[in-house]
Design a protein around this ligand. Structure first.
Ligand code: NOJ
Length: 749
């Protein structure tokens, strides 16, 4: 066993520091002095006020506490440090003016769930993750931040970087899927997008990496449920995106509702003090999730709010979102000598530092500028970016006989399904209701915008959760008159998101029966599936010739879908999460261990780790997604390198890829690695790198990857990062289950 070299670790740490370090030491020193000076003037009550966050009661994103008295009055008394769900310059000004009447005039933070766009709605995060395009994702968050910051907001509760291997969990829609490598890159891109050139610029909002930690592994996929996880899985799979967000300079973290191995995350010192603020050296602050401090009573971890506040502050939760545990109990805890003031000072320091960095002490109204608000929202060039992000998010699952793209000279298209005319649904969950659906382009509108002379016949067929077949006849009649049928099917947008777990993730209602009836007309059928999670639709997958998974694409969804349907954009999305055939396969993910009795194929039933009633393989694998063109992979080489496991080696890998079809197209070439023999075990393969490349028809390119020492290393049982000598397999392919080239190399002692 070889421990990873100091130099390599140093390089990794250094790149983290530089990424995070928008501020010079002199600036930081100056801020620290201002924070200390202010802290010295604060009473204990004023300090505790800074740790208190209230919902603004305009839009609630959690269970609102009733009978809470006058919040504006409390702000004037210095009893509130931040509010959430207050949007727009008018509202934020009212609250900030109240803060300016407090004794020390400490400005408020305005937090908001800006999850996928602010006024302009972008695709849901899981959809954006399907683009595997870090530049586009960063740009999407930049636009969201530009809009939100012009509306008085200076803090977003995003990105959600929870790894999710369970599509029953409604919050899969908010994350980047199942893979720690892809998830880490996306976490960093989102943080950079939100924070732009750094706090202090008026178009930067503080980002918040959430939910720390392991929230995505809720047992049974049931939201808020317990998490029981080995330390290695925590470190290998669930923590890396948080570390990547931190290295990208994220300002805040939010803890999570779940308990981890018996300790609620909110009261978890190991997570918040030992890892986050200790080992990782996080200098920002941690906000609790909504009410999660008080919820430690329900967990059975604290007997009352007094004890809950004590556990939370000890464990490193700096700000209390909406449970009122801190504001009502911390002063007494200090008086009773249960909590030292130093713990409170530490939390206040962290929060004040961010307020200084945001420039709020120079001008508390710097984000509250009605003129800027008017000119920053819904800018046409940003709408174009939303359309581009949306088309990059679409995944082509099937395209038999090149049914797609559609010709513009088709005479008649039947547009069928409950989502064919959907508008505000396209925004999906976690959309702010700011524009009430204005400016949203439905599929029908998008196709009509682009279709030329084609006549459209619309029939709803059924609604999303229908049990009635009354609409089938009209839909069948429309299909019979058409050259091609395009069907828009899926979930309702509020079937994913917080508290939206499902035990049955099949395409809801009788939608698949409608698809069967339409297919029976003999007409060519294209199915578009809109959802916030992987759904199960096995009959459709087996029988329908063309399928696009469109997730929820945001306000430009209709235009983006039409771009893809007509071939103005060649689909390039790849699934960031595995699609099961049955709920019984869940949790299902590509990077699993081999077991002592691996099933090599779907018919290997006896004495293998398999089901007798279901193949092991998923319906669609992680990394999967087709294009209108085809790509040929060849001539893989592993270049010369120093084989000693002790060296800071770079292992050069290259191969050729050619566009062998007739359309220009982008391919996401994926590099997976397998450590063939290792103790403890390693997954059968792990994504370690990828490249998204555009090739013209016939064009051929050599693609080079460099495998770095850290990519060979892993955590042993003592949670040390090690590299073991032995054989490694490098696999290059178009999906985790579509490996086109592979070669091995050896590491020696
Ligand atoms: C609870 C959610 O878990 C969290 O993600 C969100 O940021 C807060 N509510 C605030 O809305």
């Amino acid at each position: 066993m070889i421990k990873i070299s100091r130099k390599a670790i140093y390089i990794l740490m250094l790149s983290g520091c530089m990424a995070a370090g928008n501020r010079t030491f002199a600036q930081q020193d100056n801020t620290n002095k201002k924070v200390e000076a202010l802290l010295a003037r604060m009473t204990l009550d004023e300090k505790i006020g800074q740790l208190n966050q209230y919902n603004g009661d305009w839009e609630a994103t959690g269970p609102v506490t009733k009978d809470v008295g006058n919040k504006i009055e409390e702000i004037k008394q210095g009893r509130v440090g931040a509010v959430l769900n207050i949007m727009g310059t008018t509202h934020t000004r009212t609250f900030q003016e109240a803060a300016m009447q407090s004794r020390l005039k400490i400005p408020l933070l305005f937090g908001q769930d800006v999850i996928h766009g602010y006024h302009i709605s972008f695709p849901i995060p899981l959809a954006e993750a399907s683009s595997w395009d870090m530049g586009a994702i960063e740009r999407a968050e930049r636009i969201a931040a530009t809009e939100a910051s012009a509306s008085g907001i200076n803090w977003t509760f995003a990105p959600m970087v929870d790894i999710a291997r369970d599509p029953r969990w409604g919050r899969v829609m908010e994350g980047a899927g199942e893979d720690p490598y892809l998830g880490s890159l996306i976490a960093a891109a989102r943080v950079k997008g939100f924070q732009g050139t750094g706090l202090g610029s008026t178009d930067a909002v503080m980002a918040c990496a959430k939910h720390f930690a392991a929230y995505g592994a809720a047992i049974g996929g049931r939201d808020y449920n317990s998490v029981d996880m080995s330390p290695r899985t925590l470190w290998e799979i669930y923590l890396p995106p948080f570390k990547a967000a931190l290295d990208a300079g994220v300002s805040t973290f939010m803890n999570s509702f779940n308990d981890l191995n018996g300790t609620p995350a909110t009261g978890n010192s190991y997570l918040q003090r030992d890892i986050l603020k200790g080992k990782w050296g996080f200098k920002g602050f941690v906000v609790s999730d909504w009410g999660s401090i008080g919820e430690m009573i329900n967990h059975g971890y604290a007997k009352d709010n007094y004890q809950a506040a004590q556990e939370a502050i000890k464990a490193g939760s700096d700000m209390d979102m909406e449970s009122r545990s801190y504001i009502n109990n911390l002063a007494k805890l200090v008086a009773d000598k249960k909590v030292p003031v130093s713990l409170i000072d530490d939390a206040v320091r962290r929060i004040l530092t961010k307020k200084f960095e945001l420039g709020l002490f120079d001008d508390p109204y710097r984000f509250i500028n009605p003129e800027r608000e008017k000119t920053s929202l819904n800018r046409p060039e940003n709408v174009d970016d939303a359309r581009d992000m949306a088309r990059k998010s679409i995944v082509l699952l099937k395209n038999e006989n090149q049914l797609l793209p559609l010709s513009r000279s088709l005479k008649t298209i039947a547009l069928i399904g409950p989502l064919a005319k959907a508008e505000k649904e396209l925004k999906g969950f976690w959309s702010l209701d700011v524009d009430k659906g204005q400016g949203i382009v439905s599929l029908m509108e998008g196709m009509q915008n682009q279709a030329g002379q084609t006549k459209f016949l619309y029939a709803k067929g059924c609604s999303i959760t229908d049990t009635s077949r009354d609409g089938f006849a009209d839909a069948i009649a429309a299909a019979k008159k058409a050259d091609v049928v395009v069907m828009a099917m899926g979930e309702a947008p509020d079937m994913t998101g917080e508290a939206k777990s499902k035990s049955n993730i099949h395409l809801p209602g009788i939608q698949e029966e409608l698809i069967k009836e339409i297919k029976a007309t003999g007409k060519p059928v294209v199915v578009l599936l809109m959802a916030g999670r992987p759904m199960i639709f096995n009959w459709t997958a087996d029988h329908v010739p063309a399928i696009l998974y469109t997730w929820w694409l945001g306000s430009q969804g209709g235009n983006a879908m039409a771009d893809v349907l007509y071939g103005d954009y060649n689909p390039s999305g790849k699934l960031p999460i595995t699609f099961p055939r049955s709920e019984g396969q869940i949790p299902i993910y590509y990077n699993h261990y081999n077991t002592g009795r691996p099933a090599r194929n779907d018919n290997d039933l006896f004495y293998t780790s398999a089901y007798i009633d279901l193949p092991n393989s998923p319906q669609y694998a992680f990394g999967y997604g087709l294009s209108y063109t085809t790509f040929d992979y060849k001539s893989m080489e592993i270049g010369k390198f120093n084989p000693s496991a002790k060296s800071d080696k770079i292992i050069p890998v290259s191969f050729m890829i050619q566009n062998t079809g007739k359309y220009a197209g982008e391919e996401v070439v994926q590099l997976y690695l397998s450590d063939m023999v290792s103790q403890p075990l390693r997954p059968i393969k792990e994504l370690k790198d990828f490249r998204k490349i555009l090739l013209q028809p016939g064009q051929i390119k050599r693609i080079a990857f460099n495998i770095k020492p850290d990519e060979l290393s892993f955590y042993n049982d003592k949670l040390e990062r090690i590299i073991q000598p032995g054989t490694f397999e490098v696999m290059i392919g178009s999906a985790s289950n579509d490996i086109r080239l592979q070669k091995t190399f050896e590491l020696t002692e």
